[in-house]
Design a protein around this ligand. Structure first.
Ligand code: GLV
Ligand code: MN
Ligand code: MN
Length: 412
């Protein structure tokens, strides 16, 4: 099939989404259900309507835009990603997969292709954990990994509930209707920037993902005793920051000790109170992210971290409150979808390499609902979650062409 992508439309769509940010530059910030997220969603809905897609939104704001196939009773073939962005992020994380899926559908329509299976664009709500502390909120709930009760228990850091946020954003359908049955889709493919340096270093335009690492997230509250920085002598202290500092070092050594090169662990949040130069830190809040592409070494690191917390806090007389927010199973991409992508690479003479995804994605949860795989494109220097994140138009077009032809193959 002779497909021509409208690169001007893609550039305009990417720029239009990037223009919606909660903060002035550099970079974009689009927290779920914030004003910028809602404006970007409105833009996208409009583009989907223009393309003649049928829209559905669930109670979390997951958006499903369907191009009906000639046999609409067959499960659809789907593609999509997220548009929410962490503070001062780049313009491409997630957005490339959403605009790529939209343009793939538009290009197939222009080419006169008539799918047998419907083709659906999915915009997932809150892939980023910024607002509610847990990533892949929308896809997690679609897959049933997060129940309506758990969703109702979620709050932002100021104590405002997800229920309040979503109703203000006009997403009012019952949470009980968000979960989808296994087999709802024939296949799911997500295009995403690599967020790592390998494709660029190897000068390969396409990564075919075979496995997606899964995070476990720990939230830790440490309580010691604050006091006067001059008056309290060292042997009397119960300093929550120092306990946290030892724990952060233990997190690093736990990741290094599993024997798996894929284990990574990060103490990404470390806040102290009262936060005065002349007061001993009496409280600390830490969030720890532990990942691997296999569950066993990831869980081994988690166990090592738990026992380090117990012994450090015991020795320093610190009380602690530890919550495992999530410990998701890593996913393998489906061989049939991988094969369809590889055959299409061959048809298009696109060089590709197999890789793993060290970042998590909505595909992690879609993989439990239907055969799933991911297409990576290079990003400059492997940089992501930074304002200077950059993907070239040439690579975006190559990834989108590969997606369009693979969607055609799978929906025929
Ligand atoms: C996704 O943004 C991740 O943290 O892997
Ligand atoms: Mn991200
Ligand atoms: Mn992403």
């Amino acid at each position: 099939m002779n497909l021509s992508l409208d690169s001007g439309a893609m550039v305009a769509d990417l720029a239009a989404i990037a223009a919606h940010s909660d903060t002035p530059g550099p970079g974009v910030t689009r927290l779920v259900y914030g004003a910028a997220d809602l404006r970007a969603r409105a833009y996208l809905r409009e583009r989907c309507r223009e393309a003649g897609l049928e829209l559905r939104e669930d109670g979390l704001g997951n958006l499903f835009a369907r191009w009906h196939g000639s046999e609409p009773e067959l499960p659809a073939v789907a593609s999509g990603s997220h548009i929410d962005a962490i503070p001062h992020a780049g313009r491409f994380d997630g957005v490339v997969g959403v605009i790529g899926a939209l343009e793939a559908i538009r290009a197939l329509q222009r080419a006169g292709f008539r799918p047998r299976h419907s083709i659906e664009l999915i915009l997932f709500t809150s892939e980023e954990p910024t607002r509610f502390g847990i990533g892949c909120l929308g896809s997690r709930a679609l897959s049933g990994a997060l129940s309506p009760e758990q969703l109702r228990g979620l709050h932002d850091s100021e104590g405002r509930s997800l229920e309040s946020w979503r109703s203000e954003a006009q997403f009012v359908a019952p949470l009980e209707e968000v979960r989808l049955p296994v087999g709802s889709y024939a296949a799911f493919i997500e295009v995403h920037i690599e967020q790592g340096p390998l494709l660029e270093a190897e000068l390969v335009p396409i990564g075919v993902v075979r496995a997606i690492a899964a995070p476990a997230t720990l939230q830790l509250r440490l309580t010691g005793q604050t006091g006067h920085a001059g008056a309290v002598l060292m042997p009397e202290r119960r300093d929550a920051l120092l306990a946290g500092a030892e724990i952060a070092l233990a997190v690093e050594s736990a990741a290094l000790s599993t024997g798996s090169p894929h284990t990574v662990a990060t103490t990404g949040i470390f806040q102290i109170e009262p936060g005065a130069v002349n007061a001993i830190p009496g409280r600390a809040t830490l969030a720890i992210d532990v990942r691997d592409i296999a569950a066993a070494p990831r869980d081994q690191a988690l166990a090592t971290i738990r026992s380090a917390i117990e012994s450090i806090c015991g020795r320093r007389h610190i009380e602690y409150d530890l919550h495992l927010l999530n410990a998701d199973p890593p996913a393998s991409c489906h061989p049939d979808v991988i094969e369809a992508i590889i055959k299409t690479c061959d048809d298009l003479s696109l060089p590709r390499m197999m890789m793993v995804s060290r970042a998590y994605h909505d595909s992690l949860f879609m993989a439990s609902l239907c055969p799933t795989a991911m297409i990576f494109i290079p990003c400059r220097g492997g940089v992501s979650h930074r304002p200077d994140e950059e993907a070239s138009l040439e690579h975006i077009l190559q990834g989108t062409a590969l997606l369009a032809h693979t969607l055609a193959r799978l929906s025929a």
